[in-house]
Design a protein around this ligand. Structure first.
Ligand SMILES: Cc1ncc(COP(=O)(O)O)c(C=O)c1O
Length: 505
């Protein structure tokens, strides 16, 4: 039975704003009663049966920790202070004993649950201990078992057609190194191949950040896209000005991303025309932009920018345009990758005949990097694509354990099914409360579901009082990012929470 004790005193918002106190209460809804009679057991035995909210969040203990932390670490972006030792499976705990169903999951980054026993086992292995305490500078001193760690882990789930990897440390890093690979590939082509040496002029001008050594090439991205916050990746990020202000940026083109209307079935022609318009704009920019385009980067679902979708036909069109114009297609699967869309890689939904040139990953992989297939994307000389760590074997070992767990529990297929259930139920709620669940999107995309809410920030904040940790994106979207071990009985708890939120807003 999903029973929740709601907060009995005031709540602090993400921005420190207090939200009104409510009195404690328990409730049982029809849906939770129905699910209580089901026999579904959790993938992780001993998972809490329901959320528990016993204080305001943050409660008194959390507030003490926050005050202590704030002396040495900026806490203005703090959402919730957690106790990870006490978190388990789909549930995140805090120091005051609150336990929330977590469908935000560290910004879409926890695949198989907090304190997953299989990951704990992997963490205790001799191989992991060695990787942690003898961290290698991978480019110079890879370990004897690095090839095997890659082949049995990261490369085992490589997207179709891509059989090599450059490992990195975060999503932004993965994208930046992919962009560098694209630039070096482009110049190598122009120069006449890998064996043609650099000119003296290239060598000297590069040291002055000038042409021709530092050329005016560009990466094209899409409006509202998000690709990270390092210098190069930030230049391709177009989601919010606050990410970009005061930071020098490259003069690179941005293309319109389709602005689809929902429900999709009712706007077929209009949406097709919108996608055609964006594809025409993409080709025009590629052909005419004053800084020649070496690669196009795109998310399968624009995530930070508001969970904006486009059709498989749009992406196939973009693949065709990039190929025709000798420009690389980089698919940024940092957020969409690793199962949440009901396929291991979201671009598997597109039925491409011709794979992307590069696919970047991080978040739920817990490690990062980019996959590629064309050997020409390895630069022609050593040290052109290099840094000290070049990734982290300890994190690669964890990704391997995650992959094993995904396979053992068939979590990708599972997520497709539970996502269909969840989508159908939210669709039902949307009919009942149309104002609260607008532009529902993510049908057939596993649990990668979102909707717009006019009081989104209040919705997110109040959700905690109903025992749910959930995030937003873009101007008004509520985004669902549950873990891959999210099951129907968790969906029922979430749906009860949604219904209560809808009634209370
Ligand atoms: C699609 C996408 N690309 C890149 C990034 C950047 O990843 P990181 O924050 O690990 O640098 C993010 C982060 O949210 C993302 O969603």
């Amino acid at each position: 039975m999903a029973s929740f004790l709601r907060a009995s005193s005031g709540l602090r918002s993400m921005t420190g704003r207090a939200v009104p106190a409510r009195s404690s209460f328990k409730y049982t809804s029809v849906r939770s009663l129905a699910s209580s009679s089901s026999t579904e057991s959790s993938f992780l035995a001993d998972e809490p049966v329901a959320p528990k909210v016993v204080t305001a969040i943050p409660g008194p203990k959390a507030q003490e920790h926050i005050a202590e932390l704030n002396k040495v670490f900026d806490t203005r972006s703090l959402n919730m202070l957690a106790n990870y030792q006490k978190s388990y499976g789909n549930y995140i705990s805090d120091p005051d004993g609150n336990i929330l169903l977590d469908v935000y999951a560290q910004i879409a980054s926890i695949p198989v649950g907090y304190n997953n026993p299989a990951l704990i086992e992997a963490a205790k292995s001799d191989q992991m201990i060695s990787a942690l305490i003898n961290r290698p500078a991978l480019g110079n001193f890879p370990s004897h078992d690095w090839a095997s760690i890659l082949e049995t882990g990261i490369l085992r789930v490589a997207p179709k057609g891509l059989d090599q990897v450059f490992t990195a440390m975060a999503g932004s890093d993965a994208n930046e190194t992919a962009y560098k690979a694209a630039f070096m590939w482009k110049k190598q082509q122009e120069r006449g191949g890998p064996d043609v040496d650099f000119t003296e002029q290239e060598l000297t001008s590069a040291m002055k950040n000038q042409k021709p050594g530092a050329p005016d090439l560009s990466i094209m991205s899409f409006k509202s896209g998000f690709h990270g916050r390092l210098f190069g990746s930030l230049s391709t990020t177009r989601s919010k000005p606050i990410h970009k202000l005061d930071i020098p940026a490259f003069d690179w083109p941005q293309c319109s991303f389709p602005n689809l209307r929902y429900p999709l079935e009712e706007h077929v022609e209009e949406n097709a025309a919108e996608e055609k318009r964006c594809l025409e704009e993409a080709e025009h920019l590629i052909k005419t932009y004053h800084n020649p385009v070496a690669a196009v980067v795109i998310e399968p679902i624009q995530s930070e920018g508001g969970d904006n979708h486009a059709s498989p036909a749009f992406f196939r069109g973009l693949r065709e345009i990039t190929r025709r114009n000798n420009v690389l297609l980089i698919v940024d699967e940092v957020q969409t990758g690793v199962g949440a869309t009901g396929k291991f890689w979201a671009h598997d939904h597109w039925n491409l005949q011709d794979p992307p040139d590069i696919v970047t990953f991080s978040k739920k992989a817990q490690t990062a990097g980019f996959y590629f297939g064309n050997p020409a994307l390895r630069p022609n000389k050593a040290y052109r694509q290099f840094n000290t760590w070049m990734g982290d074997p300890a994190r690669a070992i964890i990704f391997r354990a995650i992959i094993n767990e995904i396979e053992r529990l068939n979590l990708v297929e599972h997520t497709a099914k539970v996502g269909n259930y969840l989508y159908g139920e939210i669709e039902r709620l949307a009919k009942q409360y149309p104002e609260q669940f607008q532009n529902l999107r993510g049908k057939g995309q596993g649990t990668y579901i979102a909707f717009d809410n006019p009081k989104r920030d209040e919705f997110l904040l109040k959700a905690k009082t109903f025992g749910i940790n959930i995030g937003g994106c873009g101007p008004s979207a509520v985004r669902l990012r549950p873990m891959l071990i999210f099951q129907k009985h968790h969906a029922d708890i979430l749906l009860d929470g949604f219904e209560n939120l809808a009634k209370s807003l």
